[in-house]
Design a protein around this ligand. Structure first.
Ligand SMILES: *[C@@H]1O[C@H](CO)[C@@H](O)[C@H](O)[C@H]1NC(C)=O
Ligand SMILES: *[C@@H]1O[C@H](CO)[C@@H](O)[C@H](O)[C@H]1NC(C)=O
Length: 190
């Protein structure tokens, strides 16, 4: 089987992004952060998305990851998808220029969308044209990926009772499987 999930996360993200137009999840798009934008530690930034009205995706989980290194930062669980966004406050998140947000159901690993790649920088200039959305909740992220960490915030109706956390390798594997299945489908079409 797969020897290292270090390869799996970037691979499945890459396949997903490449094959997104073939996905069967309807229309779900992350509209912020935009490609190449810089987020600075110590600042708060908006995350927004749009989706099909009747796609049956009522809640989503958000995770932050990078192409070049392993590990997930678990941002928010069970976010009601019709809220269309939230804010993320950064606190000592490792700098990098290859971050992505994943919008998924982390229980079974089905990915609905990824953001464009963007950067996190250690400090500096806030981007005055990118302001947090006052009407949305803010989730604070502290530090880098931590395998034992829970989601930084849990929304939805189950917020009082955190459900058991299932191991991520299953989720990553199934995301990878879906990507591979789509890839196989694409090859079959060609
Ligand atoms: C600041 O935000 C604007 C608008 O989204 C964007 O075009 C620009 O690239 C951003 N600057 C940085 C340094 O991220
Ligand atoms: C993920 O899927 C499971 C099983 O279908 C469902 O119970 C759960 O509510 C979903 N989570 C989200 C965030 O949609």
């Amino acid at each position: 089987m797969f020897s290292s999930r270090q390869l799996l996360t970037p691979l499945s993200v890459l396949l997903f992004v490449t094959l997104l137009p073939l996905a069967a999840h309807g229309y779900f798009q992350v509209t912020a952060p935009t490609k190449g934008i810089e987020w600075a530690n110590g600042q708060t930034y908006p995350v927004t998305w749009t989706k099909g009205l009747l796609d049956g995706v009522d809640f989503v989980d958000l995770e932050l990851t990078r192409m070049s290194t392993d590990g997930l930062i678990l941002v928010a669980r069970d976010v009601p998808s019709q809220t269309g966004g939230l804010n993320i406050a950064l606190n000592s998140v490792p700098a990098g220029d290859d971050y992505f947000l994943l919008v998924l159901n982390s229980t079974h690993g089905i990915m609905y969308a990824t953001s464009q790649p963007f950067s996190i920088v250690n400090s500096g200039s806030s981007n005055s044209s990118v302001q947090p959305i006052a009407s949305k909740p803010t989730v604070t992220l502290s530090g880098g990926p931590n395998p034992t960490a829970q989601f930084a915030a849990t929304f939805g109706s189950s917020s009082g009772a955190l459900r058991a956390w299932h191991p991520k390798p299953a989720a990553v594997l199934s995301a990878c499987f879906i990507s591979l299945a789509m890839f196989a489908g694409a090859v079959a079409v060609l």
